[in-house]
Design a protein. Structure first.
Length: 368
């Protein structure tokens, strides 16, 4: 199987990630609860991962979550209060859209969803709308098109406004250079470009962002109080944490950033070449930016799920459908057909690409 679905989750995991998981299983204990050596060692390992990620991205606080979706929900539901105005775009994932629509339906917020033109939200529109907003929520890179937003320029343009910027880093990190000087909140998954495992995410935020918890329960601190503690990160990390996944998160990120220039070059080169060849073969290619390794296309009017299934039978893992991003597919006119998404990773090769192109051509020619 040639794996080309890295935008869903990275297939390759470095040895240090396996080692971190296995060590945690063999030395299992509940971090932040018991006071014995095993529990304390797990707590220390979690804090080591937290410290490393804060060192790489900046920011004042990092809260571990079970995935990027939960991190985005914390940034949205934990920050917004009645009467606030929010700006987002058609390029966003349902992890952003659904919590915002839920708040809008309940009358809590006013929501403006900016249209995408030629694959991107015009930067001037983001700035103009952001000047009167309380929160701007944007993805560092679209999970459908790979389209990027110049977050540093947006932050600079809004410096005299009240708007906070929440960045969905699920597809953009680590392919697009980024740090917390350019945003107020950053949501991350462990299992995609940072080569960790599923079941862990993080929200990084700065001191001037005032969040309320969205999950309540045991924290191992202030247990006699009927109220949630106010100390960070404890107030946001109720319940038993996935210590092995968090340790693997740190190890995967460290491995990734130690060779990030090489990774960026590999995925950008393969995606650029893939898109060029697909266009020359007569495919409809929707993506126009390739830094994240994403190429989204269709074969004539063939259903994207059927094409993905045919590719699966021929030994390729890709994703068809609408990729949990309905608004951009409506904008593209692919809401019925969906689209086939190929996403390259660090372990993919030129040979993988050649085989893919040959197989796509066969599917097109044979009417599979």
């Amino acid at each position: 199987m040639i794996y080309l679905d890295n935008a869903a989750t990275s297939h390759f995991k470095p040895k240090c990630v396996y080692d971190a998981l296995l060590y945690d299983v063999k030395n299992s204990a509940n971090s932040g609860r018991s006071g014995h050596k095993l529990a304390l060692s797990r707590s220390l390992a979690i804090e080591n991962s937290r410290s490393y990620l804060l060192e790489k991205f900046g920011g004042d606080h990092l809260v571990f979550t079970k995935n990027c979706t939960e991190a985005l929900n914390l940034g949205i539901l934990g920050y917004l209060t009645e009467g606030m105005k929010v700006v987002t775009t058609e390029n966003e994932h349902n992890s952003v859209l659904r919590p915002l629509y839920a708040l809008e339906r309940r009358g809590v917020i006013t929501l403006l969803v900016l249209p995408v033109i030629d694959g991107k939200t015009p930067f001037e529109s983001l700035v103009e709308a952001g000047k009167t907003a309380d929160l701007v929520v944007v993805s560092l890179a679209s999970n459908v098109l790979g389209a990027t937003v110049d977050i540093p320029a947006l932050k600079s343009a809004l410096k005299n406004s009240n708007a906070k910027i929440l960045v969905d880093g699920a597809q953009g990190v680590p392919y697009i250079p980024f740090d917390m000087n350019s945003a107020d909140m950053l949501a991350l998954p462990a299992h995609k470009g940072l080569h960790g495992v599923q079941g862990v995410g993080a929200l990084i935020f700065n001191d001037d962002v005032k969040l309320n918890p969205i999950l309540y329960g045991g924290t191992g601190t202030e247990s006699f109080s009927p109220y949630q503690p106010t100390t960070i990160p404890e107030c946001f990390e109720s319940g038993t944490m996935f210590s092995g996944g968090i340790c693997a998160f740190g190890e995967g990120a460290r491995w990734t950033f130690d060779r990030v220039d090489k990774i960026r070059k590999i995925v950008r080169s393969l995606a650029t070449e893939c898109a060029y060849n697909l266009k020359n073969m007569g495919m409809m290619v929707y993506s126009k930016e390739y830094d994240t390794g994403i190429v989204t296309f269709n074969i004539d009017d063939k259903d994207s799920q059927q094409v993905a299934s045919s590719l699966d039978e021929m030994g390729f893992a890709v994703r068809g459908g609408v990729h949990c991003a309905p608004l951009i597919h409506k904008r593209l006119g692919t809401d019925k057909q969906g689209a086939v998404r190929v996403s390259f990773g660090v372990n993919n090769t030129e040979r993988d690409l050649i085989k893919l192109l040959s197989t796509v051509e066969k599917i097109k020619g044979q009417g599979l």
